[in-house]
Write a protein that binds this ligand. Structure first.
Ligand code: ADP
Ligand code: MG
Length: 260
């Protein structure tokens, strides 16, 4: 396994946000992390990224505990885009994306051609080439989101953790981001772990799906199997049903809404 965690637990004060999580990820897979608000998705991604020092349990990359790695070493393996990333407003898109390369550029060294190529590729892949010199302040929410995705992929890590990368994006860019995720996985072998709210998007893009409920992993496996469990209705407290759409695609969840 490329990345795995065993009995990963996080508590905020007396409240347990993550309860003995066991997960493992294969190279190049797309994993969707789903669950209601507050179920622990962001906490799980942060803990897998080594950002929660008080986390209990063990997280390993290629069998090596991430706790034993420096930040720079870890950044070569793993890139993480948080749900609400923060950067100075006056920073430009190009500066943000350049920062994504920090793990590859040594202290006092300058950017080489490989770095410049990675930066150009990241800007182009997110449709931001013409925005390179704009400051983040001058971008719409969706453009800013793409700038962050661009910075994360410029890092060229083997593992990419994305916390709700499609929120704030219109449906056109949602599709573009999911398409980019798919290409990174299939063409570059990047392992993608992403928290995502849209269940049907999650079902159709992911190889494996993990469902969290109040900090507990209640399902982990094939999305088609999840569809047959009744867990979605139970965990999200909704009525609905899975309907088949095509023989080669997972079924769609049709949620029951109050009608006018
Ligand atoms: N920094 C924090 N301090 C205290 N409680 C937190 C913090 N971050 C998250 N929590 C709590 O932990 C639980 C899980 O949160 P989170 O991982 O953000 O869930 P999700 O991403 O699934 O919405 C929630 O009950 C939330 O209120
Ligand atoms: Mg979250």
């Amino acid at each position: 396994m490329l990345l795995s965690c065993t009995r990963l637990s996080v508590a905020y004060g007396a409240r347990r946000a993550l309860n003995a999580l066991d997960l493992s990820f294969r190279p190049g897979e797309i994993r969707a992390l789903i669950g209601p608000n507050g179920s622990g998705k962001s906490t799980a991604l942060q803990a897998l990224s080594g950002l929660i020092k008080s986390a209990e349990g063990n997280t390993e990359i290629d069998g090596r505990p991430i706790a034993s790695m420096s930040r720079r070493q870890l950044a070569k393996h793993l890139a993480f885009l948080p749900q609400q990333p923060a950067a100075p407003d006056e920073m430009t898109v190009a500066q943000l994306v350049r920062q994504g390369r920090f793990a590859h550029v040594g202290l006092f060294k300058s950017y080489g051609p490989r770095d410049e190529d990675a930066i150009r590729w990241a800007l182009e892949s997110t449709g931001l080439h013409d925005f390179a010199d704009r400051s983040l302040r001058e971008l719409s929410g969706g453009e800013r989101q793409r700038a962050w995705i661009s910075a994360a992929i410029a890092q060229e890590a083997r593992i990419l953790l994305l916390d709700e990368p499609t929120s704030f994006l219109d449906i056109g860019y949602q599709v573009e981001v999911l398409d980019l995720v798919h290409r990174l996985s299939r063409e570059k072998g990047v392992t993608i772990i992403m928290a995502i709210h849209d269940l049907n998007q999650a079902m159709s893009v992911c190889d494996q799906i993990s469902l969290l409920d109040r900090g507990n992993l209640v399902f982990d496996g094939d999305p088609r199997v999840l569809a047959g469990t009744g867990l979605i209705e139970q965990v999200f407290r909704v009525k609905g049903r899975f309907v088949p759409i095509a023989s080669d695609a997972p079924p769609h969840f049709d949620v029951e809404l109050a009608r006018r």
